[in-house]
Design a protein around this ligand. Sequence first.
Ligand SMILES: Cc1cc2nc3c(=O)[nH]c(=O)nc-3n(C[C@H](O)[C@H](O)[C@H](O)COP(=O)(O)O)c2cc1C
Length: 392
Amino acid sequence: MGIGSSFYRHVVKPYYFSKDPEEAHESAKRFLRNEYPAKLMSGYFDYGKDRLSVNLGGTVKLDGPVGLAAGFDKNGEMLNGLGSIMDYITVGTMLPYRWEGNPKTKQVLQTTVGFSGSEWAGNRQLNVEINKIETGSRVVRMEKERAINNCLGFPFAGPEVAFQNLERYSYRVPLNASIAVRPTDDPLHAQERDQLTALIGTLSYFVGTSIRMVEVNFASPNTKGLAVFFNGDVFDDMARCVLDNPGLDGCLFFLKMPPHTDEQTRERNLRVAARWMELGGDGITAINTLRTEDQRLSMGVGGKSGKPIYPILKGNLKDYNDNIGNRKPIINAAGGIWPENVPELMIEHRVNTVQLFTSIMYEGFAVVRDAKAALLRAMDSYGIDRLEQIRR
Ligand SMILES: Cc1cc2nc3c(=O)[nH]c(=O)nc-3n(C[C@H](O)[C@H](O)[C@H](O)COP(=O)(O)O)c2cc1C
């Protein structure tokens, strides 16, 4: 553990972890919105780039393989701070409209039964009170497991706000725009395609300058009915709507994959990932959170992230590496990644980049540097001089 992680663990984390996770994230935002604190530390994060640079698909060059996963900066508010820390930033998930996300509280009916008056005086009566108690959160921690469960459901401040934030970004590292649309009741899904096209229209202003990658997210467990976009023709139409949009020319296209833990989902994921590549996608980002019940959450169910999903990520990566044929996908790995996992992901599983989220919540941004240090040590022991020498 480096000095940075130790400082975070003993000083910063106790402060953040004394707050509700959503509130803690708001405090972190205040710090990262401003580019200067992170710029002051940029020497600390600017690490190993002569050996760790990455070239994605011959189009996007990164100083290193460590990116930020979707959901941390949904509105692009922290880009200037994050740009001094990460090798690339996933911004979003952005929707075509402003959206509150799932409710922050749930209502629980509680019945209280009691008696008033006195039996002796003959005026005893039964009282029944029905109270509505509001409870629940959208993000909860499981500290022992080093995990988080969230049911945020894509809160997003709207394309106008994101546009302003993207305009304020003084470019340091490429952006990966995570985009999605919520299903409507249009059986032909033309409405969703129109909405997606409108969002792409807004984002196209930044394509080629800051936005170099697009990550399509039809994989969240927190939006009801989203999986419809993974079905046969519906998938083809939605995918083409993104891949064939001239506003995104020159971008690399990734599909965010949900985790698979059973045979049926495995088959579906492999089929969809292969189809994505046939239609012109460049790669995948695996994996999103794992649907998990938790009565502390306002929805009673959410998506689990962090250490418990790392074994699932490794199994899923093996499936993609073994089964997707003709054109090999570029693979961004996400899912419970801690610094010590990065060498095996990059060297054995041959992923192209890693994306961090929950490890940052638990250990702070020092994990970015720690991940690179672990990777460089492993490269030394394998006699690998530069990351680009590893065949993918
Ligand atoms: C609070 C929270 C919000 C998230 N929001 C999004 C999102 O908006 N879009 C998305 O594709 N993934 C989202 N994710 C999933 C992450 O991008 C990532 O795939 C997942 O958390 C696994 O990585 P991790 O274990 O390192 O966190 C979110 C995760 C968390 C914990």
